[in-house]
Structures are given as C-alpha cells and as structure tokens.
Design a protein. Structure first.
Length: 113
C-alpha cells in the first residue's frame, strides 16, 4: 500500500494551504482523482515565479522540485510546457497558486525532512 495521498485530496490540501496564507488557488486542469501527478504554477501578485512538480530521486522517493520561469520567455513558454506535459501524462493535475512569499512556500515544500 502506498503512503501517498490520492491526488484529489492532495490538491485540496494545497489549495487550502495557499488560501490560509492569504493567497488564491485555482484548479486549471483536473487529472485522475487517485493517481494523477500534480503540477503547480506559482505566482506572487500575478507574477509567474516558477513551476513545481514531484520527481523521482536517486533514492527512489518522490520529492518536490522547483523550476523558476525565465521572465523574458513569457507565458507562451509556460503554455508550451503544459501542452507537452498533456501529451505524455493525460492524468496530471494543474494547479495555479498565487501566494504571498512564494519563496517561503517553495522552501517549505521542497525541504528534505
């Protein structure tokens, strides 16, 4: 049995966490409710900061990884990235979190503990 929460519960928890911090969250794409992976688009006051996804580490455990967005690339690169992901993973969830102190959220979420 897996220790992982079903995707719909984890998505709901991430949304509540963002809202509790005074931010806004939206589900942009619903995936498989149980097994779907979750991709986060992080914004702070409308400015795109980056994207977070779970990746398999060398120890065979999944951990959140963060990729900052190139400010000069604009939103088209984000759209292209999402389109590529949809082609390879039809079950993934896409959440947008507009949260204050995005750097803190990233640090807390990616902390190895």
């Amino acid at each position: 049995m897996s220790d992982r929460l079903p995707a719909h519960l984890e998505a709901a928890g991430l949304i509540r966490r963002a809202e509790a911090a005074g931010g806004f969250a939206a589900i942009l794409r619903k995936g498989d409710p149980d097994r779907g992976s979750i991709t986060l688009i992080l914004l702070e006051r409308g400015d795109q900061k980056g994207m977070m996804e779970r990746e398999l580490g060398p120890d065979f455990n999944y951990r959140w990884s963060y990729r900052p967005f190139d400010a000069s690339a604009g939103s088209q690169n984000v759209a292209d990235l999402i389109a590529r992901k949809e082609r390879f993973d039809a079950d993934f969830w896409l959440l947008e979190l507009d949260i204050p102190h995005a750097e803190r959220f990233i640090a807390e979420t990616t902390a190895q503990g």
